[in-house]
Design a protein around this ligand. Structure first.
Ligand SMILES: *Cc1c(COP(=O)(O)O)cnc(C)c1O
Length: 406
């Protein structure tokens, strides 16, 4: 059903470039011609991608995985998450970033997001009690407050894992995401800012984290070539068998994609600035989340915060969609999902959870998270020049907000 106003009659189509271009196709063709799509060691395609991610994040090591979820699993193993103390995380993330705590033998502990923000609140991390890791998502490309988070955890020594799956190329206070914590993880799924089709990358400055993550699912050939830690050497001939390594063809595509990231980020930035100008000129009750000086956002849905109380977020979403504003739905509320609320279901899936301090979360316990779910609109911003389109979206969104909120 379409809303009566504003009329969506002459909306421009959403501007987009080709997802895969000639460079991606050439990279795949080269690999096919070489006839080498499965590499048990750190082959040229894999090595090139890992080097490119280490350069992007200014870290010493990067390790490729079959998925972002596997990279997170590797990172939690890397930093030593364990059953006796949980993994602190915000629920405003993709479900994988919550369930990996169980994969790693530990369990999630939910902490609230910042007021008027989308990321983990540094002050709630300290009060979350004893933890074996903190998993911070840079949600929807907005860099989390890494200086405050690292300061909070420095006292206890609890390692931070950054989930950068929405934030390829982003920086917090001038420093790349993925280099602040003990490890950073990037999903390279197709809709992410850099696509391998499917894939993931872990970044770290720690040789220990790198080698421990390597043992999760990389081939014994690679383990034998790279493990130096005497405590890990006994695993060199077997690894742990999760088979989490990235296919060479995925690495070749992602390396080609990464070369265009900067241009796409710049176009998105210009488009968002234009949109915010239009919204400001209309005095629309909406704003972008604050970012620290020297920060650069990543691009995976762009969160805007409605500044007047939204009583019916589903209705606002429907009106935006009907009017042609390119909004995308927020994640489900995982806190009230059957898997997290039903202990029998969870124990059946993750038997080792019996040995942990896991308890189902109170779905109403995190007021800022609940407020963010009501007040946040996630917008798709084109990554190609789109001035006319942004003008149109800004005008339309301002009209929708003025008519439905005030
Ligand atoms: C996509 C995503 C993941 C999981 O990545 P996959 O490559 O799909 O396994 C993890 N965390 C966040 C925040 C994501 O958006």
């Amino acid at each position: 059903m379409r809303s009566a106003n504003p009329a969506p009659h002459d909306l421009l189509p959403f501007p987009r470039g080709a997802r895969y271009g000639p460079d991606d196709q050439a990279a795949v063709r080269d690999l096919l011609e070489a006839g080498r799509l499965s590499d048990t060691s750190r082959g040229p395609a894999i090595g090139a991608l890992e080097d490119a991610f280490a350069a992007l994040t200014n870290t010493r090591y990067a390790l490729s995985f079959a998925s972002g979820t596997a990279a997170l699993h590797g990172a939690l193993r890397g930093v030593g998450a364990h059953p006796d103390a949980g993994v602190v995380t915000s629920p405003l993330t993709w479900i994988s970033a919550i369930l990996v705590a169980f994969h790693s033998g530990s369990f999630p502990i939910f902490a609230d997001v910042e007021p008027d923000g989308v990321n983990l609140n540094p002050t709630t991390v300290g009060s979350a009690g004893q933890a074996s890791a903190v998993l911070v998502t840079h949600a929807f490309g907005i860099p989390a407050r890494m200086d405050a988070l690292t300061a909070t955890t420095a006292v206890s020594g609890v390692p931070i894992v950054e989930d950068c799956s929405h934030a390829h190329g982003a920086r917090y206070a001038g420093q790349p995401v993925g280099s602040w914590g003990a490890a950073g993880c990037f999903s390279l799924m197709e809709r992410k800012p850099v696509s391998a089709g499917e894939g993931g990358v872990l970044t770290t400055n720690s040789r220990t984290v790198y080698e421990r993550a390597l043992t999760l699912g990389h081939h014994p050939h690679r383990l034998a070539a790279e493990l130096t830690d005497p405590s890990l050497q006994p695993l060199a001939s077997t690894g742990l068998g999760y088979k989490t390594r990235m296919p060479a063809v995925a690495a070749a595509i992602a390396t080609a994609q990464l070369r265009r990231l900067e241009d796409r980020m710049a176009a998105s930035e210009t488009n968002l600035a234009h949109l915010l100008d239009v919204l400001h000129a209309h005095a629309a009750p909406i704003t972008a989340p604050l970012m620290a000086d020297g920060s650069t956002r990543g691009w995976y849905g762009t969160p805007l915060i409605v500044t007047e109380p939204v009583t019916d977020p589903a209705a606002l979403f429907a009106v935006c969609t009907a009017a042609g504003v390119p909004v995308r739905p927020l994640y489900d509320d995982w806190l009230s999902s059957p898997l997290l609320q039903d202990p029998a279901l969870l124990r059946e899936a993750f038997p080792q959870v019996r040995h942990t301090g896991w308890r189902p979360p109170d779905p109403h316990a995190l007021p800022n998270y609940q407020a963010a779910r009501r007040q946040t609109l996630l917008l798709k911003v084109p990554d190609v020049p789109a001035a006319d389109y942004m003008q149109q979206v800004g005008d339309t969104l301002a009209t929708v907000l003025t008519q439905t909120i005030r």
